[in-house]
Design a protein around this ligand. Sequence first.
Ligand SMILES: *Cc1c(COP(=O)(O)O)cnc(C)c1O
Ligand SMILES: [Zn+2]
Length: 407
Amino acid sequence: MSFVKGLKCRECGRAYPKEALYVCEYCFGSLEVVYNYDKIKEALSRKVIESRPKNLWRYRELLPIDGKPADGLNSGFTPLVKADNLARALGVKELYIKDDSVSHPTLSFKDRVVAVALTKAKEFGFDTVACASTGNLANSVASQASSARLKSFIFIPADLEMGKVIGTLIYKPTLIAVEGNYDEVNKLCSEIAAKYKWAFVNINIRPYYAEGSKTYGYEIIEQLGWKAPKHIIAPCAGGSLITKIWKAINEFSQLGLVESAAVKMYAAQAEGCAPIVNAIRENSEIIKPVKPHTIAKSLAIGNPADGYYAVGVVKKSGGWADSVTDEEMVEAIKLLAGTEGIFTETAGGVTLGVAKKLIEKGRIPRDESIVVCITGNGLKTQEAVADRIGKPAKIKPTLASFEERVR
Ligand SMILES: *Cc1c(COP(=O)(O)O)cnc(C)c1O
Ligand SMILES: [Zn+2]
């Protein structure tokens, strides 16, 4: 049974069928999945969800597939860590880390969107999947295409971190390194997508793909005992994740699965690529594209597809936004490791660094519940910290050498 009615233009509201479409023919607005919430309300309860396996498909009525889940059967339901050491360090009362740095199978939240995208691509009958990626999406599409027995074409900027490149090549996709930044890669991919009959997960499958991010939000609420936190800080690249966490909270509220949807959403970006944060600071709805200069390569999208909607979510929710320098990002990565034993990538450094700033500036109160979104793993961006964490103490294999060196 399907709970999906069809697609709808986010701008003019025009309806479209459930096909591999992503842009409105009339106004060029992006398309979004529409559900039958009355039917979902009859089918879905806290009890039903809790009775299911601990993966992202436990919310399957709220995901845009018609048949059975086919991919990502071990993805999702990552830990929500009560971060008391970090809370003490930041001087706040109640703090959680939603930890997708340990996501199965490729250690970032992109495993969620790809699970949904590939299941949908198979429903549509595609035999080849593709993506434009800043790194983590490349890893996840390549990995899950392998296990889904699909062919894959992956497009990345040529200057990505070694960990992201190796973490893609290992699955034997066709990997194309484009001499240009992500925005150029994405533009090229739009042309390729128009010509080749592939499922481009973040282009022609994007309305379905993006829905996978909602599971990150559902899990936060379920793992807090069916309560919403007061504040959520999320990293922004294209701006999709933050809008989908917000959508998740509002859907749960509409379905009566959570009492209050009064959550303030905060956008986090790197100073060297902060088009969404800039718009919020300037109280503008217009996203001015930028040329990215930051070590947070996974967030380096200068012209974010969902930037406008991300700004809208932050404003509607009563939240705010901020950015951090590369230096502050690295300090935040070290702070998380040193307090909670979690090694996050540069994007996590951005999110925590921004959370710290917003708390210090009084934008986020110290006595209310806060969730920091940690979306990727530090082993993939080792270049960012390699020179900033000291070296091992080298000794001879003798007790004397040990004592001499360690004292
Ligand atoms: C892609 C990505 C994001 C941002 O996702 P958007 O939905 O494009 O805003 C955040 N963190 C990590 C680690 C990512 O790979
Ligand atoms: Zn339209």
